[in-house]
Design a protein around this ligand. Structure first.
Ligand code: F6P
Length: 558
């Protein structure tokens, strides 16, 4: 019933241009924006009205959103296919009020790991962490992929203005790509004596990460010898599997743990955030956690129509399922947020790129849209042409801080830099306006040739932070996390597993065995492997076999 009402309502709104919605109600910003803590969410440039919101809120009730939020925060096993809770929020929680088991018992463990992290951070900052030759560590390389890379990479770059000055300055590097190009480039520049590697992997089985880690270990051993102290002094591990870290050779004192109930794409709040803490210090890292906790509290308590993550989710559902918009661009107008689009691509699409319900029924509606993005001002010179004059309807998230540079120490150039921030703000506002209104945004309507026309009516939301602080960023990321969870509830899917990715990993390993195999070898075990590989190869499709053959041909002459 409620869905029929929504569809009928969508039929009446579908033909209406955003320019008309603003003309009808020039004050729509007042009813269609919310401010919570450091974040202002403006969704007045979405193709909806307050009537739409009321219907969407009814739909949220019909899907038992309240019950699901309660289950999430009670630590129930909301990740059915992996039989796990999803308690990333507990990493940033404060032990306040009555906390039900099993959550209460976790606070101590979370606090312990934060303390271990703090000891490591302090030691490195004080220049007391020495390599095996006694030289001080100057460079730290985080090896991870997916959430074990994008989280710490994105947040440490976003908060680079908050870098702490320490007795021992540290250079942070990130390596994720399995092909070795990032690592080989980096190893040419680093000195083994001064380099510490963090192997970040929830599972500690991800081949991308383990291959990079093995290459790093070989590089160190080639330079510094095979004494176990080399690994002890130059490797830290962060994982949910203590056993696997131990098997790889990480010293007990150098192992930081987190838990199965933290999904990889939700893990930056755990010890996976170690590079962030190394960059901004533990105090600011705790501010980041506090920002996340602030948004958790808001999400748990606010009524649907005052609840920013819920409104983000409802707006997304409206676009995807009622207006049929299947693409979303993430456009930060602040280059410190360069990696935010990639981070949100994983968060949203790995979580909600699903086509069966929690009960195993195929869905007959769309779930996650395709999400991509880029720093807005750069994207203006790349793909905005399609947004303005192409044929696809795309909804955009514009993300920008209102303030920047006002108290930085860049004394001589602060004035000029503030001007640059104003320029970015002006572009952010102008682009969202033009996308929404099209030619109606122009002060005077002039007759334009067909190739210059702007049709507009591209919906967008603007997420404006007061400033890009650790607290504000924490609140923003937690808002997106809860948006994703809310949409999963509305779509009746499990946002916390990623079985599609798992299968890809498995068949890549089989394919690797084919690329390795050498049928011309004299070695018996190589020949046996080649026989097995031949059977596997015969079971493959023609395209893959053709490509494998081309690789073999090329290698013969290599
Ligand atoms: O891509 C699948 C995935 O499991 C992500 O969810 C995760 O962030 C990434 O791989 C890395 O996994 P891990 O931290 O276990 O190495």
């Amino acid at each position: 019933m409620i869905w029929d009402n929504l569809q009928q309502h969508a039929d009446t709104l579908r033909g209406r241009h955003l320019a008309d919605l603003f003309a009808d109600d020039p004050l729509r910003f007042h009813s269609l924006h919310r401010q919570v803590g450091p974040l202002l969410f403006d969704f007045s440039k979405q193709r909806l009205t307050t009537e739409t919101l009321a219907l969407l809120a009814e739909f949220a009730d019909a899907r038992d959103l309240r019950g699901w939020i309660d289950r999430l925060f009670a630590g129930e096993k909301v990740n059915g296919t992996e039989n796990r809770a999803a308690m990333h929020w507990a990493l940033r929680a404060r032990a306040e009020g009555h906390i039900p088991e099993p959550v209460a018992g976790l606070f101590g463990e979370v606090a312990d790991q934060l303390q271990r992290m703090e000891r490591i951070v302090n030691k490195l900052h004080a220049g007391q962490w020495r390599g095996v030759t006694g030289e001080v560590i100057t460079d730290v390389v985080n090896i991870g992929v997916g959430g074990s890379d994008l989280g710490p990479l994105m947040v440490s770059r976003a908060l680079e203005d908050y870098q702490v000055s320490t007795a021992q300055p540290l250079n942070l590097h990130f390596v994720s790509s399995m092909d070795g190009s990032q690592l080989s480039h980096l190893l040419r520049m680093l000195r083994p004596q001064n380099t510490l590697f963090i192997i970040s992997s929830k599972s500690f089985t991800t081949v991308d990460t383990l291959y990079n880690a093995n290459t790093a270990r070989s590089w160190l051993r080639d330079a510094l010898g095979r004494d176990p102290a080399v690994v002890d002094c130059h490797f830290l591990g962060v994982s949910a599997s203590d056993t696997k870290m131990a098997e790889w050779g990480i010293h007990e004192d150098n192992r930081l743990r987190f838990w199965e109930w933290v999904g990889g794409r939700f893990s930056v709040w755990s010890a996976i955030g170690l590079p962030v803490a190394l960059s901004i210090g533990m105090g600011a890292f705790r501010d980041f956690l506090a920002g996340g906790h602030f948004m958790d509290t808001h999400f748990r308590n606010a009524a649907w129509l005052d609840n920013v993550p819920v409104l983000m989710a409802l707006t997304g559902l409206w676009n995807t399922n009622l207006l049929g918009i299947s693409a979303q661009a993430i456009l930060p107008y602040d280059a410190r947020l360069k990696y935010l689009p990639s981070y949100l691509e994983q968060l949203e699409m790995e979580s909600n790129g699903k086509s069966v319900t929690r009960d195993g029924e195929p869905v007959d509606y769309s779930t996650s849209p395709v999400i991509w993005g880029e720093v807005g001002p750069n994207a203006q010179h790349a793909f905005y042409q399609l947004l303005h004059q192409g044929t696809q309807v795309v909804t955009c998230d514009f993300i920008v801080p209102a303030m920047r540079y006002h108290e930085t120490d860049r004394a001589q150039v602060t004035g000029t830099l503030s001007g640059q921030h104003e320029l970015a703000l002006a572009n952010c506002l102008a682009q969202s306006r033009l996308l929404a209104l099209g030619e109606a945004a122009l002060p005077q309507r002039e007759q334009m040739p067909f190739y210059k026309r702007y049709k507009g009516n591209q919906p967008s939301s603007t997420l404006m932070l007061d400033e890009l602080t650790p607290f504000g960023l924490g609140a923003l990321l937690a808002a997106y996390e809860h948006k994703v969870f809310t949409q999963a509830v509305l779509w009746q899917i499990n946002p916390f597993d990623q079985w599609g990715v798992e299968l890809g990993k498995k068949i890549a390993l089989e394919t690797l065995s084919l690329i390795h195999s050498r049928e011309d070898s004299d070695d018996i075990s190589e020949q046996m492997l080649a026989t097995r590989s031949a059977a596997l190869r015969d079971s493959m499709d023609g395209s893959t076999v053709g490509l494998l053959d081309f690789i073999k041909q090329q290698r013969r002459g290599f």
